[in-house]
Design a protein around this ligand. Structure first.
Ligand code: ATP
Length: 391
């Protein structure tokens, strides 16, 4: 995964003043969406609650089939919730047709009209929103300018690359000057290099539209980390965790979110004691310091003797001498050179069934069976409650 500099993240509060969740741009209130009927009915969205502040970007992140697109469709009006309400600003839009919601929507497949020139594709939404004729030209020009496509107004979609077509699709969504922009995997159809370039474009666009709330669906954690003020993690039709990108990355509240945000070692451990947020834990045959976070809402009882998981990312573990204090003892089982770094897999003494991964800079050569010590700073080892059934 691409490294993301979290220190440069725009906090919603920095750019937009105090975030006012009492008057959100988007509200999902206990929304349930069901596909199929009778015995074949399944919930694609269940008890779904989410508020997005004006100007805030929230990423819906989750595996395939977790309900992300269904949430967007419920907001755009393409599916009707079985129960619950959807609000835009203060208005209940649950029963409003899609064209009356004034939302900009961008989908993975661009969905441009193939027989229409770029300018007509962009103008399409304006006409259905009854924008006065004289305003259409300037609004199309403004939208194309925002995505750097001013020189392409007379082209047909088939005369554009995939990235250019997606820019036009974004311009079409922006032309109506929406307060809410929905993006459903907008980069998924592009190759890796173009995706990286477009991600930068989307960041620029997000900063240029400080009043527009964005809901961004993706299953790519690096897109979510790069773009979102907050990330809402979805699993099996439900929202499981929501927080700022930085908090979810540094202190994942669940093993699912830790694993889904990428590359986390989740090492079984036993809590010895916790004072404040400092924990002493036993991992295999070693006793180590770690961080025991408390969630913003609720409380975790890190009781002495309880089972937990220690979340440590591969790049924060350092190889040290086996004699070093505060180190895990482990044996190398494999090493794979990846260019800038080498990924080592190791078996920790006393934990043969929980291999862990470590990234070492450059091309490191360790023979299989080589014994090493593994050290990490206290803040880099974060306790997570063991999932039910493992406690
Ligand atoms: N029109 C439909 N009819 C029946 N089931 C559907 C329909 N659309 C989606 N589903 C089901 O609803 C669930 C949620 O689908 P949804 O498309 O919202 O997931 P997603 O998280 O966006 O997945 P992906 O990342 O693959 O797009 C899935 O189990 C899916 O099979």
């Amino acid at each position: 995964m691409a490294d993301v500099d979290l220190t440069k993240r725009r906090a919603a509060t920095d750019v937009h003043g105090a975030v006012d969740y009492s008057a959100p741009a988007i509200t999902f209130d206990r929304v349930r969406v069901t596909y199929g009927r009778g015995k074949k009915a399944t919930d694609a969205l269940s008890d779904f609650n989410l508020r997005v502040a004006p100007g805030e970007t929230v990423a819906l992140l989750g595996p395939s089939g977790s309900g992300k697109s269904t949430a967007l469709k419920a907001l755009a009006g393409f599916v009707r919730p079985a129960s619950g309400t959807v609000r835009l600003g203060g208005t209940d839009v649950t029963d409003l047709p899609p064209a009356k919601r004034g939302i900009g929507v961008v989908v993975q497949s661009y969905a441009l009209f193939p027989h229409m020139r770029v300018r007509d594709n962009v103008a399409f939404g304006l006409k259905s929103h009854r924008v006065p004729r004289n305003d259409v030209g300037p609004r199309v020009a403004e939208a194309l300018e925002m995505v750097g496509m001013s020189g392409y107004a007379a082209r047909l979609p088939r005369e554009l690359s995939g990235g250019q077509q997606q820019r036009v699709a974004i311009a079409r969504a922006l032309a109506i000057r929406p307060k809410v922009l929905l993006l459903d995997e907008p980069l998924a159809a592009l190759d890796a290099q173009l995706r990286q370039a477009m991600l930068g474009e989307l960041q620029r666009l997000r900063d240029a539209l400080p009043d527009t709330a964005m809901l961004y669906v993706t299953h790519d954690q690096s897109e979510a980390l790069a773009l979102a003020d907050r990330i809402a993690v979805m699993r099996d039709a439900r929202l499981v965790d929501i927080d700022t990108a930085e908090n979810l990355w540094k202190r994942p509240p669940s093993s699912f979110t830790a694993a889904f945000l990428g590359g986390a070692n989740l090492i079984p451990c036993t809590v010895n004691r916790v004072i404040g947020t400092s924990a002493l834990v036993t991992v295999g045959q070693s006793t180590l310091n770690a961080e025991a976070p408390q969630p913003a809402i609720g409380k975790v009882d890190w009781a002495p003797g309880s089972a937990a998981l220690l979340c440590v990312r591969p790049h924060t573990l350092q190889i040290v001498a086996t004699s070093e204090r505060d180190a895990l003892r482990a044996n190398v089982t494999s090493n794979v050179w990846r260019g800038a770094s080498t990924r080592l897999t190791l078996a920790v003494d006393g934990l043969p069934d929980s291999p862990i991964e470590v990234d070492v800079a450059g091309q490191a050569q360790f023979d299989s069976g080589h014994a090493v010590g593994l050290h990490f700073p206290e803040q880099a080892g974060v306790l997570i409650e063991a999932p039910e059934g493992a406690r």
